[in-house]
Ligand binder design. Structure first.
Ligand code: APR
Ligand code: PHB
Length: 400
């Protein structure tokens, strides 16, 4: 027999979306149980994205977790676009009234949120995969999950599907009630983490004849770099020397700048995908983060979109418990879909601007577009606004 528990909000997934939702709800006195399929160390050690928009930084402060971020996060007020052997600095802050981004690894965000949850003693179960989500159109949706004592039942008022692209939550919604929009790309990113002091204070996005490359960082001693590659790339064919020589070729500029080399401590290949689910809820199941949408990493939007979702969802749930009103719950999806499409548009634009196809016509056109971008203050302002992102509270609904 299954053992049953009850909570107000059942949260499936302890990535940044699920953990932040739990934090936001707990600060408003709302109970939640977070279920995570993987182990705590797996979740904390996963190397993922690393650019926080201003609004995500503000949210971390708002939930009382800005301390380590302020201490070790790297504030960036600009970035470089490199092409034709030259680096062009885009002054993000000048173009956006002083806004900036923060380089702070996603796993650091996850670590801060887990530490806070564990310190508060609130339920967060690792190695506890949700196996089914049911009764979502009734008043008491439920999650069945496994832990080391067997099958368990969690009865909820609401369920938040924060279980990423490969989770089960999206699949719990009848396919006839969902519209999926998707695009895959004929390339991927080979990413490395290296013990090498960053040789630029700011990120460098480069379009080179041999393909895209990105120079980023995690700390004053650790660089994070990416190369455009084939989606079927076998890492065994990429020894460290080959990676460094390709990175150097694609990133080095005529002013003598090049990435500093160092010991490579981690390598991976990440596929690129654009994906949107509409709507982002069904009955009392609400999807948030990668469960609802995926953007290619070129615009650095994935983590920030997830944070915007759970910020919006927490406000809607708080309104419900405080006043019984469902206005914000009713517009959760429309506002999220709108934000997701704007992020899709920007991420697609950056991806297609900076990745090499096998057609030289495209390459020449991309160079002309980049030239246009860096020589037009209006184009830079639009790029910068999109890159640093908008406030989470500035969302409006679709009036379609
Ligand atoms: N039961 C419980 N947990 C699950 C299940 C399940 N059946 N399926 C998946 N999970 C967990 C995964 O193990 C993962 O820890 O859900 C979590 C989802 O986390 P993420 O994939 O990190 O997704 P999300 O929280 O939406 O984060 C947004 O932004 O930068 C991007 O892709 C990057 O992960 C990042 C995302
Ligand atoms: C990263 O540092 O991991 C990173 C930075 C910018 C991106 C994507 C990833 O666009």
């Amino acid at each position: 027999m299954s053992i049953a528990q009850r909570t107000q909000v059942g949260i499936v997934g302890a990535g940044p979306a699920g953990l932040m939702l739990g934090r936001l709800l707990s600060l408003q006195g709302i109970d939640s149980v977070i279920l995570e399929a993987r182990s705590q160390s797996h979740v904390i050690d996963r190397v993922r994205a690393g650019v926080l928009e201003q609004a995500t930084v503000d949210l971390m402060h708002q939930v009382g977790l800005g301390q380590r971020l302020d201490l070790v996060g790297l504030r960036h007020e600009g970035l470089y676009l490199a092409f034709n052997g030259r680096r062009h600095r885009v002054d993000l802050s000048a173009a956006t009234n002083g806004r900036a981004i923060m380089v702070y690894g996603q796993h650091e965000v996850v670590r801060d949120l887990i530490d806070a949850r564990v310190a508060s003693g609130l339920p967060l179960h690792f190695e506890a995969p949700a196996v089914s989500i049911s009764d979502i159109t009734g008043r008491h949706p439920r999650v069945d999950y496994d832990d080391d004592s067997g099958r368990r039942v969690l009865n909820c008022d609401f369920i938040a599907g924060c279980d990423g692209f490969h989770g089960i939550a999206r699949g719990a919604i009848p396919s006839s009630a969902l519209q999926i929009y998707e695009r895959t790309y004929p390339f991927a990113w080979l990413g490395v983490l290296a013990n090498a002091p960053p040789s630029s204070h700011e990120l460098v996005y480069s379009l080179h004849e041999r393909g895209f490359a990105l120079f980023s960082m995690r700390s004053p001693t650790v660089s994070r770099l990416y190369l455009q590659c084939d989606p079927h790339t076998d890492l065994a064919e990429w020894p460290d020397d080959r990676i460094w020589s390709e990175l150097t070729e694609r990133l080095a500029t005529d002013d003598g700048w090049r990435p500093t080399e160092g010991e490579i401590t981690q390598k991976s290949v990440t596929a690129m995908r654009s994906f949107v689910t509409e709507p982002m809820h069904h009955g009392r199941l609400y999807l948030a983060g990668d469960a609802a949408h995926i953007v290619p990493p070129t615009g650095a939007k994935g983590l920030n979109l997830a944070m915007a979702d759970v910020h919006r969802l927490s406000q809607a749930i708080v309104e419900f418990y405080q006043s019984g009103r469902t206005d914000l719950l009713n517009t959760y999806s429309a506002r999220g879909v709108r934000r997701a499409w704007r992020a899709q548009a920007f991420s697609w634009r950056m991806t297609s601007l900076l990745h090499r196809t096998d057609n030289d016509f495209d390459y020449r056109r991309q160079l002309a577009e980049l030239e246009d971008l860096v020589s037009s203050p209006a184009a830079i302002a639009s790029f910068a606004e999109n890159y640093v992102g908008s406030d989470f509270s500035s969302e409006t609904t679709f009036s379609a």
